[in-house]
Ligand binder design. Structure first.
Ligand SMILES: Nc1ncnc2c1ncn2[C@@H]1O[C@H](COP(=O)(O)OP(=O)(O)OP(=O)(O)O)[C@@H](O)[C@H]1O
Ligand SMILES: [Mg+2]
Length: 274
Protein backbone atom coordinates (compact mmCIF):
# COMPACT_ATOMS: atom_id res chain seq x y z
CA UNK A 1 0.00 0.00 0.00
CA UNK A 2 1.44 3.33 -1.07
CA UNK A 3 0.89 6.13 1.45
CA UNK A 4 2.08 9.01 -0.70
CA UNK A 5 0.63 12.35 0.35
CA UNK A 6 -0.53 14.48 -2.52
CA UNK A 7 -1.50 18.10 -2.02
CA UNK A 8 -2.96 19.31 -5.24
CA UNK A 9 -3.91 22.81 -6.38
CA UNK A 10 -4.80 23.75 -2.84
CA UNK A 11 -6.53 27.12 -2.63
CA UNK A 12 -7.90 28.65 0.54
CA UNK A 13 -9.91 31.84 0.71
CA UNK A 14 -10.95 33.34 4.06
CA UNK A 15 -13.80 35.81 4.19
CA UNK A 16 -12.69 38.97 6.00
CA UNK A 17 -14.43 42.29 6.71
CA UNK A 18 -12.32 43.78 3.94
CA UNK A 19 -13.29 41.14 1.40
CA UNK A 20 -12.02 37.66 0.57
CA UNK A 21 -8.41 36.90 1.50
CA UNK A 22 -6.78 34.37 -0.81
CA UNK A 23 -4.24 32.83 1.57
CA UNK A 24 -3.18 29.88 -0.60
CA UNK A 25 -3.46 29.54 -4.34
CA UNK A 26 -2.46 26.43 -6.25
CA UNK A 27 -0.26 25.03 -3.50
CA UNK A 28 1.13 21.76 -4.87
CA UNK A 29 3.28 19.26 -3.01
CA UNK A 30 3.93 15.55 -3.23
CA UNK A 31 5.45 13.82 -0.22
CA UNK A 32 6.50 10.19 -0.72
CA UNK A 33 5.85 7.79 2.14
CA UNK A 34 8.42 8.02 4.90
CA UNK A 35 9.84 11.36 3.91
CA UNK A 36 10.51 14.13 6.43
CA UNK A 37 9.56 17.49 4.97
CA UNK A 38 9.75 20.89 6.64
CA UNK A 39 7.75 23.90 5.56
CA UNK A 40 9.28 27.33 6.00
CA UNK A 41 7.97 30.76 5.08
CA UNK A 42 7.19 34.18 6.47
CA UNK A 43 4.84 34.58 9.38
CA UNK A 44 1.27 34.63 8.20
CA UNK A 45 1.98 33.15 4.77
CA UNK A 46 -0.32 30.18 5.37
CA UNK A 47 1.83 27.34 6.76
CA UNK A 48 -0.62 26.44 9.52
CA UNK A 49 -3.44 26.68 7.01
CA UNK A 50 -1.77 24.05 4.83
CA UNK A 51 -1.23 21.78 7.82
CA UNK A 52 -4.78 22.15 9.12
CA UNK A 53 -6.23 21.32 5.70
CA UNK A 54 -4.04 18.21 5.50
CA UNK A 55 -5.17 17.35 9.04
CA UNK A 56 -8.76 17.68 7.86
CA UNK A 57 -9.50 20.36 10.44
CA UNK A 58 -10.35 22.87 7.71
CA UNK A 59 -11.75 22.49 4.22
CA UNK A 60 -9.93 23.80 1.19
CA UNK A 61 -11.77 26.33 -1.00
CA UNK A 62 -10.62 24.32 -3.99
CA UNK A 63 -8.08 21.63 -4.72
CA UNK A 64 -7.54 18.83 -2.28
CA UNK A 65 -5.39 16.39 -0.38
CA UNK A 66 -5.00 12.72 -1.18
CA UNK A 67 -3.40 10.30 1.26
CA UNK A 68 -2.80 6.71 0.24
CA UNK A 69 -5.12 7.08 -2.73
CA UNK A 70 -8.03 8.50 -0.72
CA UNK A 71 -9.19 12.07 -0.50
CA UNK A 72 -8.94 13.70 2.91
CA UNK A 73 -12.40 14.88 3.96
CA UNK A 74 -11.96 15.31 7.71
CA UNK A 75 -9.70 14.47 10.62
CA UNK A 76 -8.71 10.84 11.07
CA UNK A 77 -6.33 8.55 12.94
CA UNK A 78 -4.14 8.24 9.84
CA UNK A 79 -2.88 11.77 10.60
CA UNK A 80 -1.32 12.73 13.93
CA UNK A 81 -0.96 16.38 14.87
CA UNK A 82 1.37 18.15 17.30
CA UNK A 83 0.98 21.89 17.93
CA UNK A 84 3.32 24.47 19.39
CA UNK A 85 1.69 24.35 22.83
CA UNK A 86 1.48 20.81 24.20
CA UNK A 87 -2.21 20.24 24.87
CA UNK A 88 -2.35 17.44 27.42
CA UNK A 89 -5.34 16.72 29.61
CA UNK A 90 -4.21 18.05 33.01
CA UNK A 91 -6.10 15.45 35.05
CA UNK A 92 -4.43 12.49 33.31
CA UNK A 93 -0.88 11.20 33.80
CA UNK A 94 1.65 11.11 30.96
CA UNK A 95 0.83 7.45 30.33
CA UNK A 96 -2.92 8.05 30.47
CA UNK A 97 -2.61 10.94 28.02
CA UNK A 98 -0.89 8.65 25.54
CA UNK A 99 -3.25 5.77 26.33
CA UNK A 100 -6.28 7.88 25.48
CA UNK A 101 -5.46 7.96 21.78
CA UNK A 102 -3.94 4.48 21.70
CA UNK A 103 -7.11 2.95 23.16
CA UNK A 104 -9.25 4.61 20.51
CA UNK A 105 -7.08 3.88 17.52
CA UNK A 106 -5.69 0.43 18.35
CA UNK A 107 -8.92 -1.23 19.45
CA UNK A 108 -7.86 -4.55 17.97
CA UNK A 109 -5.03 -4.83 20.53
CA UNK A 110 -5.45 -6.26 24.01
CA UNK A 111 -5.31 -4.00 27.08
CA UNK A 112 -1.79 -5.05 27.92
CA UNK A 113 -0.62 -4.61 24.33
CA UNK A 114 -2.05 -1.08 24.29
CA UNK A 115 -0.31 -0.29 27.54
CA UNK A 116 3.01 -1.62 26.22
CA UNK A 117 2.61 0.45 23.07
CA UNK A 118 2.06 3.65 25.05
CA UNK A 119 4.96 2.79 27.37
CA UNK A 120 7.19 2.05 24.41
CA UNK A 121 6.69 5.47 22.84
CA UNK A 122 7.08 7.25 26.18
CA UNK A 123 10.34 5.38 26.69
CA UNK A 124 11.42 6.38 23.15
CA UNK A 125 11.03 10.05 24.03
CA UNK A 126 12.98 9.58 27.26
CA UNK A 127 10.06 9.50 29.68
CA UNK A 128 10.23 5.85 30.67
CA UNK A 129 10.60 6.90 34.30
CA UNK A 130 7.87 9.55 34.25
CA UNK A 131 4.86 7.50 33.15
CA UNK A 132 2.78 8.40 36.16
CA UNK A 133 3.72 12.07 36.34
CA UNK A 134 0.91 14.58 35.90
CA UNK A 135 1.32 17.35 33.28
CA UNK A 136 1.68 19.94 36.05
CA UNK A 137 4.73 18.04 37.31
CA UNK A 138 6.41 18.10 33.90
CA UNK A 139 8.51 20.85 32.31
CA UNK A 140 7.39 22.40 29.02
CA UNK A 141 9.94 20.27 27.17
CA UNK A 142 8.77 17.08 28.90
CA UNK A 143 5.16 17.91 28.03
CA UNK A 144 6.13 18.29 24.42
CA UNK A 145 7.85 14.89 24.65
CA UNK A 146 4.53 13.44 25.79
CA UNK A 147 2.80 15.12 22.83
CA UNK A 148 5.31 13.54 20.45
CA UNK A 149 4.88 10.13 22.08
CA UNK A 150 1.12 10.47 21.84
CA UNK A 151 1.26 11.33 18.14
CA UNK A 152 3.74 8.56 17.27
CA UNK A 153 1.85 5.99 19.34
CA UNK A 154 -1.17 6.38 17.08
CA UNK A 155 1.14 5.11 14.33
CA UNK A 156 -0.45 7.43 11.79
CA UNK A 157 0.53 7.48 8.12
CA UNK A 158 1.44 11.14 8.41
CA UNK A 159 2.60 13.31 11.29
CA UNK A 160 1.82 17.01 11.10
CA UNK A 161 3.96 19.12 13.40
CA UNK A 162 3.23 22.84 13.64
CA UNK A 163 6.26 24.55 15.19
CA UNK A 164 6.39 21.90 17.91
CA UNK A 165 9.56 23.33 19.43
CA UNK A 166 8.71 27.00 19.01
CA UNK A 167 8.18 27.63 22.71
CA UNK A 168 11.28 25.83 23.96
CA UNK A 169 14.71 27.19 24.85
CA UNK A 170 17.51 26.29 22.48
CA UNK A 171 19.05 23.53 24.62
CA UNK A 172 15.72 21.74 25.08
CA UNK A 173 15.00 22.29 21.42
CA UNK A 174 18.20 20.47 20.42
CA UNK A 175 17.42 17.61 22.82
CA UNK A 176 14.01 17.26 21.25
CA UNK A 177 15.45 17.28 17.74
CA UNK A 178 17.41 14.19 18.69
CA UNK A 179 14.35 12.61 20.31
CA UNK A 180 12.21 13.31 17.26
CA UNK A 181 14.82 11.93 14.86
CA UNK A 182 15.26 8.81 17.02
CA UNK A 183 11.57 7.96 16.99
CA UNK A 184 11.22 8.91 13.34
CA UNK A 185 14.21 6.73 12.43
CA UNK A 186 12.47 3.69 13.96
CA UNK A 187 9.09 4.19 12.37
CA UNK A 188 9.77 6.29 9.28
CA UNK A 189 6.37 7.93 9.20
CA UNK A 190 5.81 10.67 6.68
CA UNK A 191 6.31 14.00 8.45
CA UNK A 192 5.39 17.55 7.51
CA UNK A 193 6.75 19.99 10.04
CA UNK A 194 6.38 23.77 10.07
CA UNK A 195 9.27 25.72 11.50
CA UNK A 196 10.69 29.25 11.50
CA UNK A 197 14.14 27.94 12.21
CA UNK A 198 16.32 27.34 9.18
CA UNK A 199 18.88 25.26 11.11
CA UNK A 200 16.17 23.07 12.56
CA UNK A 201 14.73 22.58 9.07
CA UNK A 202 18.07 21.45 7.66
CA UNK A 203 19.02 19.22 10.56
CA UNK A 204 15.73 17.33 10.60
CA UNK A 205 14.46 17.04 7.09
CA UNK A 206 14.93 15.30 3.78
CA UNK A 207 13.48 18.26 1.93
CA UNK A 208 12.79 21.85 2.88
CA UNK A 209 9.79 23.42 1.17
CA UNK A 210 9.91 27.20 0.91
CA UNK A 211 6.56 28.92 0.77
CA UNK A 212 6.16 32.25 -0.97
CA UNK A 213 4.97 35.24 0.96
CA UNK A 214 1.20 35.51 0.98
CA UNK A 215 -1.41 36.31 -0.06
CA UNK A 216 -1.81 33.64 -2.72
CA UNK A 217 1.07 31.71 -1.21
CA UNK A 218 2.36 28.63 -2.96
CA UNK A 219 5.49 26.51 -3.07
CA UNK A 220 8.32 28.80 -4.12
CA UNK A 221 11.07 26.21 -4.15
CA UNK A 222 12.24 22.97 -2.62
CA UNK A 223 15.74 22.09 -1.48
CA UNK A 224 16.99 18.58 -0.89
CA UNK A 225 19.02 17.96 2.25
CA UNK A 226 21.56 15.32 1.22
CA UNK A 227 23.23 14.70 4.60
CA UNK A 228 23.23 11.01 5.47
CA UNK A 229 21.21 9.55 8.34
CA UNK A 230 21.30 8.94 11.18
CA UNK A 231 22.39 12.56 11.56
CA UNK A 232 24.77 13.85 14.07
CA UNK A 233 24.76 17.55 14.84
CA UNK A 234 28.52 17.91 15.01
CA UNK A 235 28.97 16.18 11.65
CA UNK A 236 26.24 18.27 10.04
CA UNK A 237 27.83 21.47 11.33
CA UNK A 238 31.12 20.45 9.73
CA UNK A 239 29.55 19.71 6.39
CA UNK A 240 30.14 22.49 3.86
CA UNK A 241 26.82 21.64 2.21
CA UNK A 242 25.10 22.74 5.40
CA UNK A 243 26.27 26.32 4.91
CA UNK A 244 25.22 26.36 1.26
CA UNK A 245 21.75 25.14 2.17
CA UNK A 246 21.51 27.63 4.98
CA UNK A 247 22.47 30.44 2.65
CA UNK A 248 19.88 29.39 0.07
CA UNK A 249 17.11 29.28 2.68
CA UNK A 250 18.09 32.55 4.34
CA UNK A 251 18.29 34.29 0.97
CA UNK A 252 14.86 32.99 0.11
CA UNK A 253 13.39 34.23 3.38
CA UNK A 254 15.28 37.49 3.20
CA UNK A 255 14.49 38.40 -0.37
CA UNK A 256 11.58 40.83 -0.58
CA UNK A 257 10.61 39.00 -3.72
CA UNK A 258 10.07 35.71 -1.90
CA UNK A 259 6.76 35.83 -3.68
CA UNK A 260 8.06 34.53 -6.96
CA UNK A 261 9.77 31.21 -7.49
CA UNK A 262 12.15 32.69 -10.07
CA UNK A 263 13.82 34.62 -7.23
CA UNK A 264 15.32 31.43 -5.88
CA UNK A 265 18.35 30.85 -8.01
CA UNK A 266 20.29 27.87 -6.77
CA UNK A 267 21.40 24.61 -8.21
CA UNK A 268 19.90 22.79 -5.25
CA UNK A 269 16.41 24.04 -5.98
CA UNK A 270 14.30 21.43 -7.68
CA UNK A 271 11.47 22.07 -10.00
CA UNK A 272 8.21 22.29 -8.12
CA UNK A 273 6.23 19.14 -8.80
CA UNK A 274 3.12 20.00 -10.75
N1 LIG B 1 -10.05 31.72 10.24
C1 LIG B 1 -9.45 32.72 9.59
N2 LIG B 1 -10.15 33.76 9.08
C2 LIG B 1 -9.55 34.76 8.42
N3 LIG B 1 -8.23 34.82 8.19
C3 LIG B 1 -7.47 33.82 8.67
C4 LIG B 1 -8.03 32.72 9.40
N4 LIG B 1 -7.03 31.87 9.75
C5 LIG B 1 -5.90 32.42 9.26
N5 LIG B 1 -6.15 33.58 8.62
C6 LIG B 1 -5.17 34.43 7.92
O1 LIG B 1 -4.55 33.61 6.94
C7 LIG B 1 -3.17 33.91 6.84
C8 LIG B 1 -2.35 32.66 7.03
O2 LIG B 1 -2.48 32.20 8.39
P1 LIG B 1 -1.63 30.97 8.93
O3 LIG B 1 -1.94 30.86 10.37
O4 LIG B 1 -1.86 29.80 8.07
O5 LIG B 1 -0.14 31.49 8.71
P2 LIG B 1 1.25 30.89 9.23
O6 LIG B 1 2.16 30.85 8.06
O7 LIG B 1 1.03 29.62 9.96
O8 LIG B 1 1.73 32.03 10.24
P3 LIG B 1 2.72 31.90 11.52
O9 LIG B 1 4.09 31.69 10.97
O10 LIG B 1 2.60 33.25 12.17
O11 LIG B 1 2.22 30.77 12.36
C9 LIG B 1 -2.90 35.01 7.84
O12 LIG B 1 -2.94 36.24 7.16
C10 LIG B 1 -4.04 34.91 8.80
O13 LIG B 1 -4.34 36.16 9.35
MG1 LIG C 1 1.33 29.05 11.97
Amino acid sequence: MDHTLLISKLTKVYPTPRGPLVVLEDFDLRVPEGQFVTLIGHSGCGKSTVLSIVAGLQEPTSGGVILGGREVTGPGPDRGVVFQAPCLLPWLSALENVRLGVDQVHRHLSRSERRSLAEHYLACVGLGDALDKMPSELSQGMRQRVSLARAFALQPKVLLLDEPFGMLDSVTRCELHDVLLDVWQQDRRTVIMVTHDVDEAIFLSDRVVMMTQGPKARVGGIVDVPMERPRNRAAVLQDPRYYELRQTLLEFLGSPGAESETEVASSTVEAVPG
